[in-house]
Design a protein around this ligand. Structure first.
Ligand code: HEM
Length: 368
């Protein structure tokens, strides 16, 4: 082969280290003399997942680096959004990958399943690092037999996981970034005040519609007013700093109040050019959260089909445990909940000209 500009020629097989990659499948069943045909599929699917997990960590590390800066230049937001959107594209592949695994029937799986005990996907180090990097809090994790998840790992991996607990998560960094959002208070403009006024107008109107609706019976009116009061109370809890603190303490909210408000502002005024990229980033964070939740449900259903209500090789209750993690292991609930506080575009307080001007021409989000 000719050399390429003084560099030694690159050979496909070597570049991809295919010798190592393709000799890294060692079915347990083969060691005991009776190789189960489907164990190769089982191994390859898991390995493909681990490769994609590596890529996801690569993307999230880059996002983490940007948000770790004391202030985040606006132009980096496009990069952040693209990285997160790539993670979402990979997640779609991960979800589809389950189809390939499901071509293995439960009986085929039984040919080698017992040989795997006590190993389990539960011990995927990279999956746990992704969870920790995204910001799944320790106290939110579903315990297995009252034990911390790290107890299922080798001591070397436990050290790596402990270190990851000490690193600021993306959740914490994004919270801090949101808190620094300009425009929440800008000259005489206070987003909080103008939003509160708009909500009051909207609620007044909604209430009078119920009160004056001629089609309602008195009982129906009472029911609707009770529901209305509950909605009004949800807004009141947002406006009251002490009540918001109580929501944080009770684990109902995680984002700081200032960050929650900034996320609200970005969503409500996302048509302003300067807020479009931050909006794209918030949406991508939600997509990533939804992607993992969807994968978790898909995996849980596949597991039920594969092992019914048996316990897992890793010793959890199996399907029940997995459904519970799908429900609880979510990071960005607050962003999903934001829509509770949306008001129609037509009711949005108009931005004072000075703020609108600044949004149009302000090139970077300097810290306040
Ligand atoms: C036949 C196929 C599979 C079965 C029967 C299965 C079963 C299970 C079970 C029962 C658990 C709960 C822990 C335990 O008790 O073992 C679990 C957890 C897990 N599995 Fe699988 N799994 C399969 C395929 C996969 C694949 C292909 C992946 C990809 C990496 C994977 C990743 C995981 C992860 C990350 C967890 C931890 C989930 C959490 O704690 O929220 N599994 N699996």
């Amino acid at each position: 082969m000719t050399d390429s500009g003084g560099r030694p020629p690159v050979y496909y097989h070597d570049y991809l280290r295919l010798d190592r990659l393709l000799s890294s499948q060692a079915p347990e069943s083969a060691k005991y003399g009776d190789e189960a045909h489907d164990e190769l599929l089982f191994i390859i699917v898991h390995q493909a997942y681990e490769l994609w997990f590596k890529q996801i960590l690569h993307e999230l590390d880059d996002v983490h680096e940007v948000f770790s800066r004391p202030f985040v230049p606006e132009r980096e937001m496009g990069r952040v959004a693209s990285r997160l959107e790539r993670v979402v594209a990979i997640q779609r592949i991960l979800i589809d990958h389950v189809d390939a695994l499901e071509t293995m029937t439960p009986l085929d799986f039984l040919d080698f399943r017992d040989l795997l005990v006590p190993a389990s996907g539960f011990q995927s180090l990279q999956f746990r690092l992704i969870e920790n990097l995204l910001g799944l809090p320790h106290e939110q994790r579903v315990l297995i037999n009252e034990a911390d998840y790290t107890t299922r790992f080798s001591s070397e991996h436990r050290d790596i996981l402990e270190r990851s607990h000490g690193r600021a998560s993306l959740f914490e960094l994004v919270d801090a970034w949101l808190q620094r959002t300009p425009f929440l208070h800008f000259g005489d403009f206070d987003f909080w005040d103008s939003y509160r006024d708009a909500v009051a107008r909207m609620l007044d109107r909604d209430r009078s519609l119920i009160v004056s609706n001629p089609n309602l019976t008195e009982e129906g009116r009472g029911e609707q007013l009770a529901r209305f009061d509950a909605t009004a109370d949800t807004f009141a809890a947002l406006f009251d700093a002490e009540r918001y603190e109580a929501l944080l303490a009770g684990g109902i909210r995680r984002l700081s109040r200032e960050a929650f408000l900034a996320a609200l502002l970005i969503n409500l005024y996302r048509d302003e050019p300067i807020l479009q990229l931050p909006f794209r980033v918030l949406r991508a964070l939600m997509d990533v959260d939804e992607g993992f939740t969807t994968w978790r449900y898909r995996h849980a259903i596949m597991v039920q089909r594969m092992i019914g209500s048996k316990i897992g090789t890793g010793g959890t209750s199996g399907h029940d445990y997995l459904r519970e993690t799908a429900r609880r292991h979510r990071v960005w609930n607050d962003l999903f909940d934001l829509s509770t506080f949306f008001i129609p575009r037509s009711e949005l307080p108009e931005l004072p000209e000075s703020v609108a001007e600044a949004m149009r021409f302000h090139p970077t989000s300097e810290p306040r």
